[in-house]
Write a protein that binds this ligand. Sequence first.
Ligand SMILES: [Cu+2]
Length: 419
Amino acid sequence: MNTSAQRRSEAGSVTLELDAREAEWEFAPGQTIRGFTYNGHVPGPLIEANVGDTVQVRLTNNLPQATTIHWHGIRVPAEMDGTEAVQPPVEPGETFEYQFVVPDAGTFWYHSHTNETEQLERGLYGALIVRGSGEPSFDGERVLLLDDLKLDADGEVAPFGDEHEHHAGREGDVRLVNGRQEPELEIPGGTIERWRVVNAANTRFVRLSIDGRSFMIIGTDGGLLPEPLSATEALVTPGERIDLAVGPFEEGERLAIEALPYDRGKGETGRERFATLRVGPAAASQARIPATFRQIEPLVAADAEPTRTIDLKALMHGGHHQRADPVRVGDLQVWDLVNETGQDHPFHLHGFFFQIVQEDGEPAPVLAWKDTVNVPRKSSARIAWLPDDRQGEWMYHCHILEHHAMGMMAHFEVVPEHR
Ligand SMILES: [Cu+2]
């Protein structure tokens, strides 16, 4: 990934120019499409910062259509959130300056928040990672932005917005890691790497497997878990991130990085390969993964009464102008997300992290900070979050981008606390 665009000053600021423009996107050797890119590449430049840094990004729009940037998972001020509620779209030829402090360590991403179904499909996304002090150390680290592309019979980007897509979402047969179709990756034998995985697809769910091998889940949307969790698979739905400790493997192995079958309400998918991992010559490992990472205090008990219920079925059919009740700074929110539809919906809350309290009536097994949670069909999730003092216009929506575009979203305001 291209990191050369970023400048870092000693004073804790990261500055970057993002030029949104059309460019040829070579997603496979000799195969190109007309992409929408940041600085000519898909994905856009990797932005790296430390906790407490100020990130300054000047967006110049050289696309043929308006655009904005949403900083997914970063606790930005409301006016930096990139939605239509807080800024006018940046028209072709115009610029906009985003500036915010990054308060939390973790794996985040940035993407267009205007005409998202087309702009993300065509490549307007990138990763933003924030490092904290005292994080576990690994032999290597990589970011894997997972995506897919839907092409037509001529190998061009398939037209957008047919009836089927509105309802079921847009999925394509070309599976991408960091903008390349089913690439071959290499890891030195005997080493353990940190993989920061982002699902940047419009709709595709990824039940991630590394050839059935076990790995450790070390973090989620909002940074490290309390402790590592051993697993052989992890569901990563659109918008979600997961940090893994991967390896060690034996020199000479070849492993499939793939999605296992999953039914999100549209029939079970097959096994789908995203990449191949080749294990190279062995190297000495210096990785140190402690038994515990940090303390996360539960916001509420599992049986806490909900303060609000969000009916995802009504939300799905409510259209673009839905407004939810305001929330007050400092007023603990306990929301029941009820999904009576026949499809799973990844629910994304802008600007704030929540904890999953219950999944379909059962206490959530892991305490973690999240900004996106999949609510399986005919099921529910209870989440809790605390509005800190960032007043203004926020929103939540389904992160299946076609559902969001159809109006599966609501705006709400964070208002001052009672005095
Ligand atoms: Cu949805």
